[in-house]
Design a protein around this ligand. Sequence first.
Ligand SMILES: Nc1ncnc2c1ncn2[C@@H]1O[C@H](COP(=O)(O)OP(=O)(O)OP(=O)(O)O)[C@@H](O)[C@H]1O
Length: 304
Amino acid sequence: MSEMVIETSNLTRRYGKKISVNNLNLHVPKGSIFGFLGPNGAGKTTTIRMLLGLIRPTSGQIRIFNQTLPKHRMQILRRTGSLVESPSYYGHLSGYENLDVIARLLKVPSKRIDEVLGIVRLTSAAKQSVKGYSLGMKQRLGIAAALLGNPDLLILDEPTNGLDPAGIHEIRALIKELPAQYGITVVVSSHLLGEIDQMATHVGIIERGHLLFQDAIEKLREQNSPKLLLQVDKPLEAKRLLQRAGLQVSMDGDILQMPNQGLAATEDVNRRLIQAGISVYRITEQSRSLEDIFLDFVDKEGSL
Ligand SMILES: Nc1ncnc2c1ncn2[C@@H]1O[C@H](COP(=O)(O)OP(=O)(O)OP(=O)(O)O)[C@@H](O)[C@H]1O
C-alpha cells in the first residue's frame, strides 16, 4: 500500500442542519495528483478549508504527513502550499515584488523567488506590474506564492476557474510536472471532469458531501469497460441466438449491445450470427467517456 499524504476519517462539517461534508474518508497517496471532483456546492471548498485548518470539522479526523490536525497545525502548514480563493495582489507592484513581500514574511531566501517564477513560467513577466497581468498569469503568480515555502503538498481549489483555454492549458502543464520534478503531492479541485482527466493520477468524486468514488483514475475507466454495438438484419433472432450461447446481450432499439471481450470473442459472435443466416451490417466499439461515467455518479440535475 502506498504512503498517504492526506487521510481523513469520517470527516464531517455541518452548517446548522445542513451537512456540507458527510463522513469523508479521503486517501491522497504521496506523489499523486489527486483530482477532487464534484459539481458546484458538492463540498470541495469546505473539505479543503478543513484540510488547511481554516475551519474546524464538526466531527472526524484529519491526518496530513501522518500528523493530526489541529494538534500539529503549524508543522503541517509549514509543508503545505495552497491557493484557495483568487489571490489578491498589490497591482502597482511587479510579480517579483509581490512574491518578495511574501518571501520576507516566510523568511524565504530571495533566490527561491526566481525558482518559483521559473516553475510557473512567469520569469519573463516578473518585472511587469501585476495590474497588467491576465487572469491566468495572476493564478500562476498565486501558485508561485504557494510554492515559495518549498511545500511537499500543494492544495489548489479550482485553480482554472474563469480562465480561457490557453490559461487552463498553462496551469495544467505546470501542475503535471510538480510531482515528478519537485516531489510535490497535489490536490486540485474542479467541477470539470475533462480537466481532471488530463492531469490527475487519482480521483475522488464528491457529491452533496458524500465521497462517491476514489481511486487511481484508470480504475474509474476500468469500471466502465467498453461495449460492442451490433447492427444486424434480425436483431431479436440474433439476441436469442447469442443468449442461448450463454452471452450477455441487451437491446437498445434495434441495436444489440454486449460487453467487449476482445477480438477473438467478437469474431466468435460474428461467426455465430453469419452461420445462423443473420446479416451483420456493423460491429462497433462504444467506449464511454469519463464524462459519461462521471454523470453516472453525480446527480444529473447538478450544475455540471
Ligand atoms: N459558511 C457557510 N455557511 C453555510 N453554508 C455553507 C457555508 N459554506 C459552505 N456552505 C454550504 O456547503 C455546501 C458545500 O459548499 P462548498 O463551497 O464546499 O462546495 P464546493 O464543492 O466547493 O462548490 P463550489 O465549487 O460552488 O465552491 C453548499 O451547499 C454551501 O452552500
